[in-house]
Design a protein around this ligand. Structure first.
Ligand code: SF4
Ligand SMILES: [Zn+2]
Ligand SMILES: [Zn+2]
Length: 316
């Protein structure tokens, strides 16, 4: 194999768009410094700020935790981690256990917020209501997850939440929204966006890193890889978009970065502040008087009650 262009050691990775070959320690170091650059380029986190790290327990979020922990010392950040437990039997438990193990090792606080405790039903229960849904499982789940992250953030007293979306995620999401004709969600990709769905500032410190680089970082750091995936995930179009973008990148190294630049240019055009009114049910910001969370929660509860039939007096 090649020789590390930085220290002469044995290279484990070649960065195609820059031509650099890197050994394991130099590669890991480069991930930390690239993340640091992204954070300062987009003013993601201020010195001394309290930062919540949303940790799904997957390899990317665990990597984010390690990298931010390392950077936190020189930036005086106060990190706290939290996980959202959607309530998917046999899937999330493993990830949350991984998240807990790593946060413990780093000496960070870690809180778990569940759909069950916040909304009264788990995702499993909610999705029993399968038949006449107009939204996909993941969009449905996402409405509740965004609110759960805000609840966790306000409990932890943080002003910014960091998530582990990488360059591939970002570019795929951008293209997916275009292909779905979903202009509203294009705006969500703006690093400065805030509205009903995102009242607490969200930042993506990995958004300039390739998926293959975050995966290698996780591997070289000995982070656990999750063995099961969510049973409700339907990749469909996304995997076609992923293949297409990977093909483009293979033929034209650096193309993903160009797509990121273009996306940022487009989404910043949507950066108008949205008017919001308090939700009449829960008081959180809403665009129409009843927030998405309350709207969906009522629909689920109706279905759950209807599905179980009315409670019978006396029992039998
Ligand atoms: S894959 Fe979709 S349904 Fe499953 S936890 Fe993630 S967002 Fe929710
Ligand atoms: Zn080296
Ligand atoms: Zn509400």
């Amino acid at each position: 194999l090649e020789v590390c262009t930085r220290c002469g050691g044995r290279a484990v990775y070649t960065r195609r768009y820059s031509g650099e070959a890197l050994c394991a320690p130099c590669f890991k170091e480069s991930i930390v410094s690239k993340t640091n650059k992204t954070i300062s380029r987009y003013n993601m986190i201020a010195r001394g700020e309290r930062v919540g790290v949303a940790v799904s327990g997957g390899k990317d979020s665990l990597s984010l935790l390690l990298v931010l922990d390392e950077l936190s010392r020189s930036h005086d950040w106060h990190l706290t981690a939290f996980s959202i437990d959607e309530g998917v039997e046999g899937y999330r438990d493993e990830a949350i256990a991984n998240a807990r193990a790593i946060t413990e090792r780093l000496g960070l606080e870690h809180a778990t917020v569940s759909y069950k405790e916040l909304y009264g039903f788990s995702l499993d229960q909610a999705l029993d209501w399968k038949e006449d849904r107009s939204v996909s499982s993941c969009s449905f789940c996402g409405v509740f997850r965004r609110r759960a992250i805000d609840e966790a953030a306000s409990k932890a007293g943080v002003s910014v939440v960091a998530t582990a979306h990488n360059l591939d995620d970002y570019v795929q999401t951008f293209l997916m929204n275009l292909l779905h004709g979903d202009v509203e969600r294009l705006a969500w990709l703006d690093p400065a966006y805030s509205d009903e769905s995102f009242p607490v500032r969200r930042v993506k410190p990995f958004m300039e890193l390739y998926e293959e680089e975050t995966a290698l970082y996780a591997y070289l750091s000995g982070l656990p890889f999750q063995s099961v995936s969510c049973p409700y995930m339907h990749e469909g179009l996304r995997s076609e978009v992923r293949d297409y973008v990977n093909q483009l990148e293979a033929g034209h190294p650096g193309m993903k970065h160009v797509l990121l630049k273009s996306s940022l240019g487009v989404v910043s055009r949507f950066a108008s502040t949205k008017l919001s009114v308090p939700c009449t049910r829960c008081g959180k910001p809403s665009s129409s008087g009843v927030c998405n969370v309350c709207r969906l929660k009522e629909a689920v509860n109706q279905q759950i009650n209807y599905g179980d039939g009315p409670p019978r007096a006396g029992g039998g």
